[in-house]
Every structure is written in C-alpha cells, then in structure tokens.
Design a protein around this ligand. Structure first.
Ligand code: HCB
Length: 216
C-alpha cells in the first residue's frame, strides 16, 4: 500500500540506507506516487526523525551526513521530475533570488524550494549556501525594477538571526520596496516573519510555491 511505501521511504533515511532510498523512491514513482508526496510524506519525516535523534544524542554527525546522502540519492531522481510535473510558461511569473543565510550550509530544503519555484514559472538566481548579506543586497540592486522575490533559508537558530539583518540592510539601502521577501527553514515561524518585517514563510517546498505565487 501507499502507507507501507511511505514508511519504507522514511526508514531508508533513518537507517542511512543510501541505495535502498534510491530504490524505494523509484518503486514509489512506479506505483504512481508523485514526487511531492514522496518528499513531503516519506523522506522529510525521516529527516525530522534523524534530526530529533541527533538532538537527543542518539545519533552523531556521521549518521546525519549519511542520511543526507540518502536524501540526495532520492533527489537526483526526483528533482528532474518535480521540474516536469509543472511546465514553466514563457512569460515568467517573476525572478526568484534563492540562497541559504551566511554561516549555514544546510542546502537540501533550499534546493527543493528552488526547484519547485522554477517548476512554477519563476526565473531563478540560485546564490547557493553561506551567502553574506552584502551579496544579497547587491543582487537585489542589480535586478531592481523586475518582479522580484527573495527566498532565504536558514536551518539553525543562529543563522536565522541573519535574516533580520537582511531585511534591515534592504531597508537602509532603499531596496525594501523593490522586492518581496519569503524566508523559511525549520526554525522560521510566522511570529519571526512579522517581527523582522519580511512578507511570508512556508512549511515545505510545495507550500513555498503557492505562497510565492500569491506574493507576486
Ligand atoms: Co544539521 N542541524 N548541522 N546538518 N541538520 C539541524 C538543522 C539541527 C536542527 C539538528 C538538531 O540539533 N536537532 C541543528 C540546528 C540546531 C539549531 O540551531 N536550532 C543542526 C546542527 C546543530 C548542525 C551542525 C552545527 C552540527 C555540528 O557540526 N556540530 C552543522 C552545521 C553546519 C553549518 O551549516 N555551518 C550541521 C551539519 C549538517 C549536515 C552537513 C550533516 C547535514 C546537512 C547536509 C546538507 O544540507 N547538504 C545536516 C542535516 C541534514 C540536518 C537535519 C537532520 C535535516 C535538515 C534537512 O535537510 N531537512 C536537521 C534537523 C531538522 O531540520 N530537524 C539538522 C530536510 C529538508 C527537506 O527540510 O526544513 O531544510 P528543510 O526545508 C523545508 C522547509 O523548511 C521549507 O521547505 C523545505 C522543503 O520542504 N523551506 C522553505 C526551506 N527553506 C525555505 C525557504 C522559504 O522561503 C520557504 C520555505
């Protein structure tokens, strides 16, 4: 059944079974599941479990790295399919500048969100991980006048604080009104978004695409 397949996907992440994860992903696709279901209901819950175990000191960094490798093995299969599940139109709904905040190299969620935005018609400038704020405002300034969306990720409470500085810097440089700002990552909440004066957050990559389209 679908539930058994989702459990299997989750378990391959938790047990760091890299080959098994790729195989289970292919099996789920063959059974008719969508890439979004596989990610949101199978793989991501596995990453959540391994993160909680790490916090409880039940597993250590090498295990997390292997779980991330398993996730990446699945993403190699899923990312091209995500891009196909929705055909991008020529007009382009806007330009999305995506990045991970300075000091932070967690890029799995960032890559998923970037892929989903591209699949939903956004043109993309992917600035990658560990991006300092001055580089971000430079990129916004360069694209001023376009329909612009800034999409930042932060997975740690420390790097999340940098999002506040991003907004402040854009305000100081007179660029805040040129761009919509969506921030996400596990520690980001609606309260944080309101506090720092960003525009929105989203729970997962599919949600991020919906929220992004609404902002434009
Ligand atoms: Co890492 N790590 N880690 N880690 N890591 C976390 C994030 C902790 C929460 C684990 C814990 O303690 N419970 C923790 C942060 C604690 C905190 O600050 N609150 C932590 C830590 C401490 C660290 C190190 C400092 C460990 C160390 O070295 N002692 C170190 C930091 C390195 C650095 O960045 N400078 C570190 C390293 C690693 C790796 C390298 C082993 C690996 C990353 C591999 C990689 O990304 N290439 C890793 C991983 C995998 C994790 C966990 C287990 C999973 C993260 C993940 O990929 N989730 C994570 C535990 C957790 O998050 N609960 C743990 C799956 C993706 C799909 O979810 O939340 O990233 P996502 O993205 C979602 C969602 O947030 C949303 O959509 C995405 C897709 O559905 N979204 C957006 C994301 N961005 C958005 C932007 C938008 O605008 C809108 C929506």
């Amino acid at each position: 059944s679908n539930q058994e397949m989702l459990d299997k996907l989750r378990d391959t992440i938790v047990t760091q079974n890299i080959n098994g994860c790729a195989a289970a992903t292919q099996e789920a696709l063959d059974a008719g599941m969508t890439a979004v279901e596989i990610i949101n209901d199978g793989l991501s819950p596995g990453m959540k479990i391994i993160g909680d175990k790490f916090e409880a000191a039940e597993v250590y960094l090498p295990q997390i790295m292997m779980s991330a490798k398993a996730m990446n093995a699945a993403m190699e299969i899923l990312v091209p399919i995500l891009a196909e599940e929705k055909g991008a139109d020529d007009e382009g709904v806007g330009l999305a500048i995506t990045y991970v905040q300075e000091g932070d190299i967690h890029d799995i969620g960032h890559r998923l969100v970037t892929t989903m935005l591209e699949a939903n018609g956004f043109k993309i400038v992917d600035m990658g991980v560990d991006v300092p704020n001055d580089k971000i405002s430079e990129e916004v300034a360069k694209n001023k006048g376009k329909k612009l969306l800034l999409v930042g990720s932060a997975l740690m409470t420390t790097s999340m604080l940098g999002q506040k500085d991003t907004v402040s810097m854009l305000v100081e440089e007179g660029l805040r009104d040129s761009v919509k700002i969506m921030f996400g990552g596990a520690p980001v909440s609606d309260a944080w978004i309101a506090e720092i004066g960003a525009d929105a957050t989203a729970e997962n990559a599919a949600d991020a695409a919906r929220v992004a389209l609404n902002l434009m």
